[in-house]
Design a protein around this ligand. Structure first.
Ligand SMILES: Nc1ncnc2c1ncn2[C@@H]1O[C@H](COP(=O)(O)OP(=O)(O)OP(=O)(O)O)[C@@H](O)[C@H]1O
Length: 221
């Protein structure tokens, strides 16, 4: 098992954001995490990737605690709606910074820039890039250390049809586990074989993503 959550509770003050959620993700599985605003999706992926500490419950990634174990943190590539790129650095410099941080092979920078269609523009400042280009660079950055688990938290927000299509191709070719949060049911069905639906801090559906549109309506009505 790549990811195991058992009875995970997260409180922010008196507010309970996660009411003891449990699920497991197998190695190589592609899972969509769905649910309305405030359901707890981002909190869940932040707990899995070791950014947020749960209030109680057990979280294991490859058998280890992601909050405490730095080596486990390296297993993740995380892409969110915010690109967290350095606007005043070039595309190349951005990737170089992260390659050093993760002690990744610098040869991978050119490889990824080519793969993501940004090689010709590698010496341009990121601040002059379009939203789609920035998002592509953010994904390239997330892959720099060849992560085993890719977490995408509303990563397609603001991308046009072409940008989304490109991202789907990247996801199809990614050889690892994917956990993706989205509001786009079609995206979930296309890219993931399994869907988890959350509502008010609870998992209310865990199953195949096939025909997720009608399941979503039924579960949340
Ligand atoms: N740092 C925080 N402090 C207080 N409350 C928080 C914090 N982070 C999240 N919450 C609350 O926890 C709940 C779940 O938030 P979360 O961001 O996980 O939802 P989400 O499903 O990702 O929503 P969205 O689809 O809007 O991104 C919300 O009610 C939110 O206000």
């Amino acid at each position: 098992m790549d990811v195991v959550l058992r009875n995970v509770v997260k409180k922010f003050g008196k507010f309970v954001a996660l009411h003891g959620i449990s699920f497991e993700i197998r190695k190589g599985e592609k899972v969509a995490l769905l649910g309305p605003n405030g359901a707890g999706k981002t909190t869940t992926v932040r707990i899995i990737s070791g950014i947020t500490k749960p209030t109680s419950g057990e979280v294991r990634v490859a058998g280890k605690d992601p909050f405490r174990d730095y080596e486990v943190k390296k297993m993740f590539g995380v892409v969110s709606h915010h690109t967290f790129l350095y606007e005043e650095l070039t595309a190349y410099e951005n990737l170089e910074f992260y390659a050093k941080l993760y002690e990744a092979d610098e040869g991978r920078i050119a490889e990824l820039l080519k793969e993501f269609g940004l090689y010709e523009r590698r010496h341009e400042l990121v601040r002059n890039f379009s939203r789609g280009m920035k998002q592509r660079l953010a994904i390239a950055r997330a892959l720099i250390h060849s992560p085993k688990i890719l977490i995408l938290d509303e990563a397609t927000t603001g991308l046009d049809v072409f940008g989304k299509k490109e991202l789907f191709t990247i996801l199809e070719n990614f050889d690892g586990t994917i956990l993706l949060t989205t509001h786009d049911l079609e995206e979930a069905e296309k890219t993931c074989e399994r869907a988890l639906i959350m509502s008010s801090g609870r998992i209310v559906f865990d199953g195949s993503s096939e025909d997720i549109g009608s399941i979503y309506k039924e579960v949340l009505s």
